[in-house]
Every structure is written in C-alpha cells, then in structure tokens.
Design a protein around this ligand. Structure first.
Ligand code: C5P
Length: 236
C-alpha cells in the first residue's frame, strides 16, 4: 500500500504520515526487543495481534471515559490514530509485584498490592529509561503539575477499567506501561496496550501470557499473544 512519510521508527512500531495532518498510521512490527534492545528476535504474527489487541483495549478504556489516540484499525497490522506530541514519560501501573519492582525493592513476585502503584520513567534510551519522580518531571520540563495530575488520574482509570475487563476473561492484569500525547485539545492515551507492554497472567495457572515469555525464554510466545487475542475476541 502507498505510504506517507515515515515520521518515527521505534523498536516495535513505525509511524507514518497520512494525507490528513491530524492523523497517522501506526504499523506494528513483528520485531521484539528486551533489556534495552540487548535481546532481539521476532514473534510470528505479533504485529497483527498487537494491533488488534491494542485497538480492542483502547475501545475498552474509551468506554470508561479515557480518551485515546485510536481512530480505527487500518489494515492487517496497522492502526489509524490521532497525531500527538508524545510526552517522554513511561507511566507504569502495578497491581501485583513482578519484574523491576521485585528486583528494585526486594519484594516477592506475585504479591498482590493493596493499592495500585504508579511509577514514572523518563523515556530516554541512552539513559536506560530511569525511574523518576514528580520533581524530576518538573526539573526536566516534561509536563506541568496539572498535566501530571491528569496523567496519573487517567492511568488509574485505565487500570480500573482493564482489571475488571480482563478478570472477566480469566486474565490477571499484573502491570502495564502507558504513554500519553498532547494534541491541540488536551491529553490522549497513546502508544499501545498489548502483551508487549503489559503483564497478563492466566488466572488458573498463573502462567504469563505476555512478553515475559520472550524475555525469559519460556517458549510459546506467539501462542500466548494469540491466546490473549482469542479471549478478547471471543467476547467482543
Ligand atoms: O520491567 P518492569 O517490571 O518495570 O515493567 C513494568 C511493566 O511495564 C511491564 O508490563 C512491562 O512490559 C512494561 N514496560 C514496557 N516498556 C518498558 C518498560 C516496561 O512496556 N520500556
């Protein structure tokens, strides 16, 4: 298909301009990376599955009142989205101890948190995406205090909506990462919501159905992504 100008290429997605200056096409790649790009591979069908899973979950959070950049599913592995200025913050919400939280604070993986924990990371590959706090956000001029309040409120609203929705599909939402963008008329949830950016555990077995299968060489990566999509699609 004819493509517009390539505006941005990341590890998992490519963003293209369209004939409408307010819209972009986001192409989801099959490429997978982990540990700051030190581990690389491909996951069969990942682009297609992540585009579909993201679109589906964006619709779920929209229904809960959180505006997103999603406009439509545009092709096999593409979404049409509002063009935004991405805020270089990775906003992580956690419900269960896993990953870097377990390592950093010496906590037992699998411990259920009484309250969700929100963390901010500065999205900068050359610095390894460091954990930062509100004062650092101000210092770096990444967002105003008002924007940060809104971002944290939106992140918690996303968590409430997705937790319930996924629990009904026998998936535990352990944690996830969000990115937000600015438009002329306010902040939108942007980027993706997929097994690349979330931890989903099967409620029965506790098995990860997400990128941890790739990070930890557990095998069955494509099947896990397909299983997440199957559980969403079955009840679309
Ligand atoms: O590695 P960590 O435990 O901090 O990851 C928390 C959550 O954020 C996980 O769901 C992970 O997939 C996601 N994440 C991400 N992109 C990053 C870092 C973390 O999607 N650069």
């Amino acid at each position: 298909p004819p493509r517009g100008e390539r505006l941005y290429e990341g590890k998992a997605k490519v963003v293209y301009a369209t004939s409408d200056p307010g819209l972009v096409r986001i192409y989801f790649k099959d490429d997978a990376t982990a540990f700051d790009g030190r581990k690389r591979g491909t996951i069969g069908n990942k682009g297609r599955l992540n585009a579909r899973i993201s679109a589906h979950l964006f619709r779920v959070v929209e229904a809960a009142g959180v505006p997103t950049h999603l406009v439509a599913v545009a092709g096999e592995q593409e979404l049409l989205a509002r063009r935004v200025e991405i805020i270089p913050l990775e906003v992580v919400v956690r419900n269960v101890v896993a990953g870097s939280l377990a390592r950093r604070l010496g906590l037992e993986p699998g411990r259920v948190l009484e309250e969700p924990v929100v963390e901010l990371y500065y999205k900068r590959d050359d610095l390894g995406d460091p954990l930062i706090n509100r004062a650092h956000v101000r210092l770096l001029g990444l967002a105003t205090p008002e924007e940060l309040d809104r971002i944290e409120a939106m992140a918690l609203a996303v968590n409430r909506a997705l937790r319930v929705y996924l629990a009904q599909r026998d998936l535990i939402l352990v944690d996830f990462k969000l990115e937000f963008g600015r438009t002329g008329d306010g902040l939108l949830l942007a980027d993706e919501i997929s097994p690349d950016t979330c931890r989903f555990w099967d409620r029965e077995t506790g098995e990860p159905l997400d990128k941890d299968r790739f990070r930890r060489d557990l095998g069955g990566v494509e099947d896990a992504y397909a299983e997440v999509w199957r559980r969403l699609e079955a009840t679309a």
